[in-house]
Design a protein. Structure first.
Length: 208
């Protein structure tokens, strides 16, 4: 083989090796990101039905189809994993409840009932057992803020005292216990419960 051919051969081999390494690194990064996503999805799913104190790494590993050691390697430990999982879940909840535009009463109640259908039983249990005070307080503040946002166009014309009274009434009408009374205690169907909550909110906004 001539010297020029040899040099060209090694240049081609070098380029192929670099391309191969680059492809391997991208594939590994994609695989690592997919694994991280599965783990977060698994812990977020468990957080829909369990308190943080009840979630074990073994449960997350089984649902994500990875080993406990993989979870530790990715997140560093249980506390960090739960923090990331909770952040992912809360982001989903915010997006779910904020989907309707402010002033869309029917859309707001539909989104609210959907939220309660997924998480209402766990929220009620948390309130009863006072298991996670941080989440309880965050939920109270967030719920009032949601009411002010969603029904802002309807109540913005009133003076501060009247507006606060109206917000208080709407907070109560849209509370998770209202959903519990209708769905769990009275056994009403979802669409019937949603209709009752919508009618209550409309009555509050009309009776000013």
């Amino acid at each position: 083989m001539r010297e020029l051919d040899v040099r060209a051969f090694f240049i081609v081999i070098t380029i192929q090796m670099k391309l191969s390494r680059s492809y391997t690194m991208r594939a590994r990064a994609a695989s690592a990101e997919a694994t991280r996503g599965r783990i977060l999805d698994a812990v977020a799913g468990l957080l829909k039905t369990r308190f943080r104190s009840e979630i074990r790494l073994e449960d997350v590993a089984a649902n994500a189809q990875v080993s406990v050691q993989t979870i530790i390697n990715v997140f560093g430990g249980r506390a960090a994993l739960l923090d990331h999982g909770l952040a992912k879940l809360l982001q989903h909840l915010r997006e779910q409840r904020l989907r309707p535009c402010p002033g869309d009463i029917a859309g707001a109640i539909e989104a609210l009932v959907e939220h309660y259908e997924q998480f209402g039983d766990l929220v009620i249990r948390n309130l009863a057992e006072n298991a996670d005070r941080e989440l309880i307080e965050a939920g109270r503040v967030g719920h009032r803020g949601w009411v002010q946002r969603q029904f802002g166009p309807q109540i913005s014309v009133f003076d501060p005292k009247a507006r606060r009274r109206r917000i208080d009434q709407l907070v109560c009408a849209c509370d998770v216990y209202m959903w519990k009374l209708l769905r769990r205690d009275m056994g009403r169907a979802r669409d019937e419960a949603e209709g009752t909550m919508l009618a209550t909110v409309n009555a509050i906004l009309r009776d000013i």
